[in-house]
Write a protein that binds this ligand. Sequence first.
Ligand SMILES: *Cc1c(COP(=O)(O)O)cnc(C)c1O
Length: 349
Amino acid sequence: MISFYPGPSKVYEEIPRYVKDAHTLGILSMNHRSEAFMRLCEKTIRLLKKKIDIPKSYSVFFTCSSTECWEIIAQSLIQRESIHLFNGAFGKKWFDYTKRLRPEAQAFPFNREDVLMPRSYASGEVIAITQNETSNGTAVNCTIIKKIKELNPDNLIAVDATSSMGGIHLDFTSADVWFASVQKCFGLPAGLGILICSPRAMEKAAQLDEQNHYNSLTFLRKNMEQWQTPYTPNVLAIYLLMRTLQQVAPIEKINRKLIKRAQRWYKFFAPSKKIRALIKNQDVRSNSVITVEGQSQLLDSAKTKATKKGLLLGEGYGDLKKETFRIANFPALKKKEIQKLEAYLSKYR
Ligand SMILES: *Cc1c(COP(=O)(O)O)cnc(C)c1O
């Protein structure tokens, strides 16, 4: 089965070999306070910074998931207020989780066909932006995020890049906090999150010095000074990340490949067709998640028959469950696999 699900998604073909190596090398029972783990952690973070172009001055932490990162930000970087700019289910979920911990969180929803307009906000310590909204296949350009940062110099900008990091070339200088989990563009099994913080974010964390949770940023930072984590981490996942990072091309190259493939998909699903791109505005279309809309019975039958042919399409998400399906455009997918899906979908256009 070839999975086009936008997470958990197809893993790199080399993964079984790397897992076998991990077993042979004793990684599966490695002590997370050992010298060997500290070296693995340091090496993985160094490679990650190099391969996806993270500024040297930024700090990188391992978490369990992106959902955990939502909570870490609410706990350790927001005292009272945050501003949430979103146009879909994941941004909304981030807002909902934050609101439970920080009731003064404010929502600023926008239409999914609209370009997010940079403006200044009167309050809010953190401005939360979902860079790639996996539920509907829209994306916010980093130049817009940068503008929002410039217009709100007193706020920290936090960005959910769960379904773009590792595939799209992100300008990390345009925001203070970034996070993702590895089961999307990184082409790995689920169970590891990556949290990236600018020096400004770390300053704010030090000021607040919040220590009420096992995953408080204060503890993450203290442990990471020794290339460690506050709890026993997913050592296998860190090892697999290290191995795949060694193998993948630099992000500029991956980014170019994904954009080319995305353009091909959007042309394939032109507006005149029976199944067509959900997002009409080219300026807000995601390059890593393609959402396709059509009459629900047609989509249903297309999905079922696809599964029989060994092609797993991503279900629509949330409100869009019935009238859409999603196609991951992630780096681990091979050209011939995409061609197979294209050939299959041709008859539905
Ligand atoms: C998948 C996804 C998440 C949730 O990731 P988990 O690893 O399940 O916590 C959050 N935000 C976005 C945009 C996503 O695509």
